[in-house]
Design a protein around this ligand. Structure first.
Ligand SMILES: Nc1ncnc2c1ncn2[C@@H]1O[C@H](COP(=O)(O)OP(=O)(O)O)[C@@H](O)[C@H]1O
Ligand SMILES: [Mg+2]
Length: 361
């Protein structure tokens, strides 16, 4: 049954109840009044006859009144149910149409909302949802585009080298094979990164945080990278403060976060530079800062470096280049453990990435 008919029948029910109650009340009130009046006149003999007659007249009057009243009510009910159902159903029908279009892929759909009533609020919620969907869809498209682009570059290089080898225009020497191997390695690293990130974002990688000594945690994470720092002629300083705070984190994830930040500093700091890890407690959090005096990040790129696949130097395709996922992974992990991450930088001077995790002492 449509809203219009429902409203009409509910009005009709109200009219019927009103008409019956009103006619009964009027009838009994009128009879009572007349009877009292007659009794007051003190002519008992005529009372019964008069009352009978008057009662008939009253009934007729009431019936007529009720009939007209009911008719007027009916007309009002038809008009009111038509108008009110229009007010209610028109915006709902709009939203249903918009939802259908969104489902069909037109994510730009929005509905207009005038009132502050429930329908107005519903329209606002609907538009918010549509906006979120549009954003997700845009992200998804961008991501697909980036992934295919990232995969295409090393694939094209491998293909080019192989074709060159087949045609005999590229010499068959160890360096050639090494170049091809490096591109293949880059591809497989990319796939691993994508896999890890998607697992992370889907919440498929459970975290098991526990109390950790921040100094030990930093040492453990830095240990595996120390040889690389030595090779790159970079000094690595760790300053934990005294006393060194305790932190609430998952040890493996912590190692991964700090490892990602340290390997960035390693990659973007020229030989002779310094990388410094500082640990400080800040109210309920522990702040871990990785600072280097390397290339730095331009202000325009800074807000985007935590995005998936975002790299400042987009053209970089040499084997040393990452896929631009390290910071996105770090951010997802930090946030999963109830923390936050941010970066500041002055190009040519320093880059400082700070992440905060809950303190535990
Ligand atoms: N310590 C740093 N110094 C200079 N640039 C950095 C540093 N850390 C990150 N970046 C910039 O942020 C981008 C994103 O970093 P990341 O997500 O780790 O990706 P990747 O290291 O794979 O390129 C890098 O491509 C780089 O341009
Ligand atoms: Mg990185």
């Amino acid at each position: 049954m449509s809203t219009r008919w429902r409203l009409f029948f509910s009005y009709l029910a109200v009219i019927v109840v009103l008409v019956v109650a009103l006619s009964l009340a009027v009838r009994s009130l009128a009879i009572h009044a007349v009877t009292t009046h007659m009794t007051g006149m003190g002519r008992g003999g005529m009372r019964y006859l008069m009352t009978e007659e008057i009662q008939g007249a009253i009934n007729a009057g009431v019936n007529q009144g009720v009939l007209w009243g009911a008719l007027a009510g009916l007309v009002a009910a038809v008009i009111a149910s038509y108008l009110v159902s229009g007010w209610i159903t028109r915006p709902l029908a709009h939203m249903a149409d918009a939802a259908d279009k969104i489902a069909a892929g037109d994510f730009g759909q929005r509905v207009s909302h005038a009132g502050r009533d429930e329908i107005g609020r519903f329209a606002i919620a609907f538009n918010n949802m549509a906006g979120q969907l549009e954003q997700t869809e845009t992200l998804r498209r961008e991501l697909l585009g980036t992934i295919s682009h990232e995969i295409r570059t090393p694939l094209a290089t491998i293909e080019g080298y192989m074709q060159g080898l087949i045609d005999g225009v590229i010499p068959e020497e160890p360096e050639t094979y090494e170049l091809v191997r490096r591109e293949a390695a880059r591809l497989s690293r990319l796939v691993t990164d994508i896999e890890r990130l998607s697992r992370l974002e889907a919440g498929a990688e459970p975290i098991s945080p526990r109390q950790m000594d921040a100094a030990e945690a930093v040492e453990a994470a830095a240990a595996s990278l120390k040889p690389q720092f030595a090779n790159a002629a970079l000094s690595l300083d760790i300053d934990c403060g005294d006393p060194c705070p305790k932190v609430w984190a998952d040890p493996d994830k912590f190692t991964q976060i700090l490892g990602n930040l340290l390997s960035n500093s390693l990659r973007y700091t020229p030989p002779g530079g310094t990388v410094k890890v500082t640990v400080r407690s800040e109210h309920a959090m522990v702040a871990f800062t990785v600072e280097d005096n390397g290339t730095g990040i331009p202000a325009a790129d800074l807000p985007r470096i935590f995005e998936r696949f975002y790299r400042v130097d987009k053209s970089r395709s040499s084997a040393g280049g990452g896929s631009g996922i390290g910071l996105a992974v770090a951010k997802a992990l930090v946030e999963q453990m109830g923390g936050s991450i941010s970066a500041e930088s002055v190009p040519g001077e320093y880059t400082r990435v700070t992440f905060r995790l809950p303190r535990w002492n």
